[in-house]
Write a protein that binds this ligand. Structure first.
Ligand SMILES: Cc1cc2nc3c(=O)[nH]c(=O)nc-3n(C[C@H](O)[C@H](O)[C@H](O)COP(=O)(O)OP(=O)(O)OC[C@H]3O[C@@H](n4cnc5c(N)ncnc54)[C@H](O)[C@@H]3O)c2cc1C
Length: 472
């Protein structure tokens, strides 16, 4: 889209928390916004683990962007992955499904989030999916519920136990929540439904290289969370490093040496890395990146020497008041999105800009199981049921869409008051498509190749963009 416009053209890359809240804050501004996102939906990542464990449907955590922004007339929503930014000519190039296009900007907001990091061991991903996208959550759902089904068919008790052993790598909020939910499935929801196995015999193992569960919550809450997990039947293995992952197990190293844990279902909830776009942007502007690939931004979240480019949320590295980089959490993304919008409005109004972004830490929350959570809000530390009530209220407040809030409450009632898991369906495609797509290549590129437009995609010549359904 290259037509001239008299109004400021603001291009927003990413419809996550950062991008969406920036756009909403610009709803009355005299700007033409183009939002480019790799998927057609906004993803509420904090509840992905509930999609993976059969509590919520994918639609409840991923409303269509067009529906969310339907009343905001100054936004044009475009599907595609931004591949590159020409900072001299102020143009972004985008790979959409089967079509490539460019969009010009006067101001660019980049909030493309973070992807999973396997710390250089990307092959682990085949056997231990991460938890970053709807694809990940649905694949995990297929693997988790599928494991109980396959275990029920085994005649060899050792094989059955291998299927009934779940290893979650990473004891941060995502790993803790997932381990807690798998334990609830095994001990509370599924018993009585199988005739050849007892789901209560499932082992749920939570592994982390560091020495604490939820280590950012402080010693007291961290120790409480570990106790709570252990009460649920989760085996917590700390100071334990994962050194290998394959289809039937996981190799770990701890103070006693190296061990193998036979397990078919592994989940990777450790480590994040900025998406490839961060490196491209840094290269184009001379900005620096940190070890995770996040871009160092100026205090106002713009790039050095480029006041027209904002980098927000999980993609940015900006020191907080304590000198440490701001954490990759929703509130940082939301508030930095609003800050960028405010800067744009000030600029339009001829006011001084460059005000530093001030992050207001509203606290941290993590659930462990039904009715049990931990909350650290300033000096107030809560655990158990009171923290869980806060967790429910906060998640309902930020979940996008009234309809989604209502259905989420109904599903929580089914799962937490009752014993049901209403979203257990998983198709073969969800279980196996990741590898198939990787081997097949980008379906659109292949179609074009078959029609003679392009050379056939191969592993070596695969487009830089991963297939649409693999990356979020
Ligand atoms: C499983 C999980 C649980 C979490 N739980 C919590 C929690 O409980 N509390 C909390 O505060 N935080 C939590 N977080 C972190 C929080 O979700 C993130 O900090 C927040 O989403 C970051 O917002 P963002 O806008 O920077 O990026 P995102 O929300 O990740 O959005 C990035 C968007 O950019 C799009 N995109 C990426 N690359 C491109 C490209 N090249 N072109 C076009 N579009 C692109 C993606 O499709 C996506 O829509 C969790 C994260 C995960 C993964």
């Amino acid at each position: 889209m290259t037509q001239a416009s008299h109004r400021q053209r603001v291009v927003v890359v990413g419809a996550g928390f950062g991008g969406l809240f920036a756009i909403k804050a610009l709803r009355k501004a005299p700007v033409d916004i183009t939002l480019i996102n790799g998927t057609a939906y906004h993803l509420f990542q904090p509840l992905l683990y509930q999609v993976a464990t059969g509590i919520l449907s994918e639609g409840e955590v991923a409303p269509p962007i067009r529906e969310v922004l339907r009343r905001q007339q100054n936004v044009d929503v475009r599907l595609g992955w931004v591949q590159d930014v020409d900072v001299e000519n102020k143009v972004v190039s985008v790979a959409g499904p089967g079509i490539e296009y460019t969009v010009e900007y006067d101001t660019l907001i980049v909030a493309a989030g973070a992807s999973q990091s396997y710390f250089g061991n990307d092959k682990f991903a085949d056997h231990a999916p991460g938890m970053k996208s709807i694809d990940d959550a649905l694949e995990l759902r297929a693997r988790i519920f599928g494991a109980f089904e396959v275990a029920d068919l085994q005649t060899d008790p050792e094989a059955a136990q291998r299927w009934l052993t779940f290893v979650v790598v990473g004891a941060g909020p995502t790993g803790t929540e997932l381990a807690g939910q798998i334990a609830e499935l095994a001990h509370r929801n599924l018993p009585g439904q199988y005739r050849h196995i007892d789901p209560r015999k499932a082992r749920i193992i939570l592994v982390d290289a560091i020495g604490a569960v939820l280590n950012t919550f402080g010693d007291q809450l961290s120790a409480g969370a570990q106790r709570e997990l252990e009460k649920l039947g989760v085996e917590v293995k700390l100071n334990t490093k994962v050194v290998g992952v394959d289809s039937t197990g996981i190799e770990v190293e701890d103070a006693d040496g190296r061990h193998r844990i036979p397990s078919v279902t592994k989940v990777w909830a450790a480590g994040v890395a900025a998406p490839p776009l961060a490196a491209k942007l840094a290269e184009a502007t001379g900005a620096k990146t940190d070890r995770a690939g996040r871009v160092f931004v100026e205090k106002d979240t713009t790039l050095p020497g480029h006041p027209e480019i904002f980098v927000l949320g999980d993609m940015m590295n900006l020191a907080g008041d304590d000198g440490k980089p701001l954490p990759g959490v929703a509130q940082v993304a939301i508030q930095s999105g609003r800050h960028a919008a405010d800067q744009i409005k000030r600029r339009l109004g001829g006011k001084e800009t460059g005000q530093p972004f001030k992050y207001f830490d509203k606290g941290s929350l993590a659930t462990i199981s039904r009715f049990s959570a931990v909350a650290s809000i300033g000096k107030v530390h809560l655990s158990g049921f009171p923290a869980w009530v806060v967790w429910v209220a906060v998640h309902l407040f930020y979940l996008v869409g009234f309809k989604n809030r209502v259905t989420a409450v109904l599903h929580w009632a089914v799962s937490f008051i009752g014993r049901g898991r209403s979203e257990r369906v998983a198709t073969q495609q969800q279980a196996f498509a990741r590898r198939a797509i990787r081997e097949y290549g980008d379906p659109f590129a292949r179609e074009r190749a078959e029609s003679g437009d392009l050379p056939a995609p191969t592993q070596a010549a695969a487009p830089e963009r991963e297939p649409l359904s693999v990356r979020e």
